[in-house]
Design a protein around this ligand. Structure first.
Ligand SMILES: Nc1ncnc2c1ncn2[C@@H]1O[C@H](COP(=O)(O)OP(=O)(O)O)[C@@H](O)[C@H]1O
Ligand SMILES: [Mg+2]
Length: 334
């Protein structure tokens, strides 16, 4: 399995810098997720790794070998896209075996590898069907299987689950992760969905405007976001941000408080008026307005009894408050 190393990698489209001087280690056998808003350069970086785009500046190493002059097919990487791009006129079996057939692999070897992969992905009963007769999740499994059959040294996924409904997406996340762990294969997975990043990754890389904002484990990033952007991007509902006197009281330009860290109290640090209460069944979200206008979202237990228009007060454990400087960078201590 393979470590992928990026050193000062930049890519321009016209005068737009799509990836800007990226330094990154993608560890061997681990699941790395690129996350960030649309247009931040995730796909571009994945395509640079795959060799589908040329790097303008910097180096790309796979297993310590510089890949600049290596054709995409020779890099040993397999890419899975959002659109499954299956061959509609071929059966699942032929779709799975296609790359091997093109490479003139012996028939018995093709049958063997297709069989193994089909079993792994629970596709064995579907081998004679055509893509039109499959569900979205099954098609996506065939797309993954097609990549697996080639025994790549790393997997590159670009938003592979975006076309699926929420329940199926949850299941497929779990399946992709299980497969990656079983095989111990290096994976890079692109998504704009922070929940997907949090649930799947060993290592998250948060991007904005072609640059890396932070690299870390999901919990690192959730607990110690490096700046306001990461703090606001990771976590749902979003972190609450306050400026002015409440922030100054903590020696910061801005403070951030996660919704789960606001506790309803008789006379707490923050007092406001309840505007809406969302009952989600397992928890309730209270949206309250502070006297000078900002809104707060608090995550509470479902048995909370408060209503729009009522006064409410929250306490916060000071240790859970995130403090940010004028330039948006997190201050030490949390
Ligand atoms: N082939 C291209 N030609 C011109 N601009 C491109 C091309 N590919 C991507 N871009 C631009 O580069 C930026 C990053 O795009 P992309 O990597 O697709 O972002 P993401 O995958 O994070 O949504 C965007 O502003 C996009 O419009
Ligand atoms: Mg993209």
């Amino acid at each position: 399995m393979s470590a992928i190393i990026l050193e000062g990698v930049s890519k321009r489209f016209g005068d737009h810098l799509a990836t800007d001087n990226i330094d990154l280690v993608i560890p061997n056998g681990r699941f790395t997720v690129f996350v960030g808003p649309s247009g931040c350069g995730k796909t571009t970086l994945l395509r640079l790794i795959a060799g589908l785009e040329d790097i303008d500046e910097g180096r790309l190493l796979i297993d310590d070998v510089d890949m600049a002059r290596t054709a995409p097919a020779a890099r040993g990487l397999a890419m899975v896209f959002q659109s499954y791009a299956l061959y509609p006129h071929m059966t699942v079996r032929d779709n799975l075996g296609f790359a091997l057939k093109v490479a003139h692999a012996p028939k018995t070897e093709i049958a063997d590898r297709v069989g193994t992969v089909a079993k792994m992905l629970d596709l064995d009963r579907l081998l004679d069907r055509k893509p039109a007769a499959l569900s979205g999740g099954q098609r996506q499994r065939v797309a993954i299987g097609r990549a697996l059959v080639r025994q790549p040294r790393a997997f590159l996924f670009d938003e592979p689950l975006s076309n699926l409904d929420a329940a199926l997406r949850g299941q497929m996340r779990f399946e992709i992760r299980r497969l990656q762990q079983e095989l111990g294969i290096t994976a890079v997975y692109v998504t704009h969905d922070q929940a997907e990043a949090m649930t799947m990754a060993d290592q998250i890389v948060v991007f904005r405007n072609g640059r890396i904002e932070q690299v870390g484990t999901p919990l690192d990033i959730y607990r110690r976001p490096a700046n306001l952007f990461v703090a606001g991007f990771i976590g749902s509902p979003r972190m609450n941000f306050l400026i002015g006197p409440p922030a100054a009281a903590h020696g910061a330009a801005t403070i951030g408080i996660r919704p789960e860290h606001l506790k309803i109290a008789d006379s707490g640090m923050l007092e406001g008026v309840v505007r809406t209460v969302e009952h989600l069944g397992n928890e309730a979200l209270i949206h309250a307005e502070l006297p000078d206008g900002p809104m707060l979202t608090a995550r509470c237990s479902e048995d909370v009894s408060t209503h729009p228009g009522e006064a409410i007060s929250f306490s916060v454990d000071p240790a859970s408050i995130h403090r940010f400087d004028d330039d948006g960078r997190a201050r030490a201590t949390n």
